[in-house]
Design a protein around this ligand. Structure first.
Ligand SMILES: Cc1cc2nc3c(=O)[nH]c(=O)nc-3n(C[C@H](O)[C@H](O)[C@H](O)COP(=O)(O)O)c2cc1C
Length: 166
């Protein structure tokens, strides 16, 4: 076996999960950020976690509002997943710029992309300093799925977005 950096291992663990994390901005819009580092953490209570760079706008808004919806994008969003992962909502409205149509979830004030395969509505329990990222640990409030959508994954490390069956 050869020695690697941790990020170098991502190519070998492909396909890796990928999500669009939806948070609410002060103007009421939804900001969308691409996040591969999310995981199930507990079933009772239902808890998930995701890690984001300390500088991310998403993290700032989630720490402020304590609310977030983690979505798994369907196949129609492949291009936009890359776009949302290479620009910040601090200076632009990604949903508008990248033509991502949004829809409501029942009783939730954060909109999510149409063509989401899964949506996990959460409240923030705590966030932990884990180095250059914060780990956001979240209570799950509601989970929704659309079996008509084909979920996307990150391939070749994080450089390509495609379904798991190619
Ligand atoms: C495929 C892919 C996966 C990504 N996964 C993560 C991740 O797990 N954590 C993270 O902090 N950034 C991740 N990023 C980068 C963020 O999406 C990027 O920094 C984005 O600009 C953050 O947006 P925001 O500032 O609007 O929150 C990923 C990008 C791509 C393309």
């Amino acid at each position: 076996m050869k020695a690697l950096s941790l990020i170098g291992a991502a190519k070998f663990t492909s396909p890796n999960p990928v999500s669009l994390v939806c948070s609410k901005t002060p103007s009421g819009d939804t900001n969308l950020a691409t996040v591969s580092w999310w995981t199930y953490l507990s079933l009772n209570p239902e808890i998930i976690g995701f890690a984001m760079m300390k500088t991310s706008y998403t993290g700032e808004q989630v720490r402020e509002t304590k609310k977030v919806v983690l979505t798994i994008p369907g196949e129609a969003l492949a291009r936009q997943v890359m776009q949302c992962g290479s620009s910040t909502g601090r200076t632009r409205n990604k949903a508008k710029e990248f033509s991502i149509a949004l829809k409501d979830l029942p009783g939730c004030d954060i909109q999510i992309p149409e063509h989401s395969a899964v949506a996990i509505e959460c409240s923030l329990r705590e966030f932990i300093d884990v180095g250059d990222h914060y780990l956001y640990i979240c209570h799950v409030k509601n989970v929704y799925a659309d079996d008509g959508e084909t979920p996307l994954f990150a391939w070749n490390g994080y450089s390509e977005i495609a379904p798991a069956k190619r």
